[in-house]
Ligand binder design. Structure first.
Ligand code: SF4
Length: 386
């Protein structure tokens, strides 16, 4: 198996949330009954998977979910200590913790900092109580307003916050206010996502029953353009469709995903990638814990075909400011390079795609909103997979 010379990462999925946000389709449970067994199982999975990354140095550790900040600090510490005990962690890793505003209190912040967490991802989403209530978020606008200041006072400078746009009830005036609040807070990174309706979510059923309206594409498109314009004017570089950072504050963890680095996912529903195959754990807390107790990692695995790897390069490339990595396309084979050049020309001619200083095809910022659709036009039909 070829070794990837770059950095490797570990993702820990914490599958618990205090409340179920109506739009969310991540894996989580609002019952913490299995929490003790879950932490033990995760430590055990870390022990079972020590060979997966073949000794590569761990440059990034990411606690996502779910709501990692809802765990007692001792649990986060145990997981971090286990990683440090079992894996070669680099001397200056990026360690991110996703935190909801209602967990951002001085005691937690001090413990997280002492444990080596050096990046906080705060799920603010909006500063309007009407929206936070409509989405069933666990925090209110007051907590959202305080969270960033408290984190900064505790000594965190690498902070990102999430905002949602495009949802029913979010006026352009409020949207501008929300962006401006984050700009004024001085944080160096912002992630923003359109409200989407995934089947099976509470929002999906509310819309089916006529209790809520569908997000409006024109509103989403317009609010995304406002976001790009305001952040560009305030020194944020857009390095991916949904991610904006001041120079030097791009998420190393995200970057490594997009550059093909290997990563190990721990916990239910987490994904892992070793350059050849992808695997994902069962998205069920009880079955995950039981299977690990039986000594079996409950995962499915898929070997990626060349065409799938090419399609991923195109998809992630067009979503990022780095563009489609032509060296990696070339490494897959001459036929992929020729295929890409033949198919991209239509999008070059209509002004959507240009070549950047790296020699990579990249989308102009005003077309990033449509990145997935344009990427699909360039996909290679994988006949062997049908
Ligand atoms: S806190 Fe995050 S993971 Fe949990 S339900 Fe809400 S959006 Fe989903």
């Amino acid at each position: 198996m070829p070794m990837f010379a770059g950095m490797a990462g570990i993702y820990i999925h914490i599958p618990f949330c205090r409340k179920a946000c109506y739009y969310c389709n991540f894996h989580f449970s609002t019952s913490f009954k299995t929490k003790e067994g879950m932490i033990q199982a995760m430590v055990r999975e870390l022990e079972m998977q020590t060979g997966y990354l073949e000794g590569q140095e761990i440059e990034t550790i990411y606690f996502g979910g779910g709501t990692p900040s809802a765990l007692p600090v001792e649990d986060i510490r145990l997981l971090l200590d286990s990683i440090r005990r079992l894996y070669p962690v680099s001397h200056a890793p990026e360690i991110t913790l996703e935190a909801n505003p209602d967990d951002i209190i001085a005691d937690n912040l001090a413990w997280w900092k002492a444990d080596g967490i050096n990046r906080l991802s705060i799920g603010i989403q909006a500063f309007q109580d009407t929206l936070l209530t409509a989405w069933n978020r666990s925090h209110d606008a007051g907590q959202a307003l305080k969270a960033i200041g408290l984190a900064q006072e505790a000594g965190f400078d690498n902070i990102t916050a999430d905002l949602i746009y495009g949802g029913p009830g979010l006026s352009d005036e409020d949207w501008i206010l929300n962006i401006q609040r984050l700009i004024d807070s001085g944080i160096p990174h912002i992630s923003s996502y359109a409200l989407t309706v995934e089947s099976g979510t509470a929002l999906f059923h509310q819309i089916e029953k006529g209790k809520s309206t569908s997000p409006d594409d024109d509103q989403a498109n317009r609010q995304y353009a406002i976001l790009q314009e305001m952040l560009a004017a305030n020194g944020f570089l857009q390095y991916e469709v949904s991610n904006f950072a001041k120079e030097g504050f791009e998420s190393r963890h995200n970057r490594s995903y997009w550059s093909g680095a290997h990563y190990l996912g721990i916990g239910p529903s987490s994904h892992s990638f070793n350059g050849i195959s992808r695997q994902w754990n069962v998205a069920n807390n009880v079955r995950y814990i039981q299977s690990i107790a039986d000594g079996v990692i409950p995962s499915e695995r898929e070997e990626l075909t060349e065409a799938q790897r090419y399609n991923e390069l195109v998809m992630t490339g067009l979503r990022t400011s780095r563009g489609i990595d032509m060296q990696r396309v070339h490494a897959l084979g001459e036929e992929y390079l020729e295929y890409l050049e033949a198919n991209v020309i239509e999008h070059v001619n209509n002004g959507q795609v240009v070549k950047n200083e790296l020699g990579n095809w990249v989308l102009k910022p005003e077309y990033l909103f449509f990145a997935d659709g344009i990427a699909a036009d360039l996909f290679y039909e994988d006949e062997s997979a049908t």
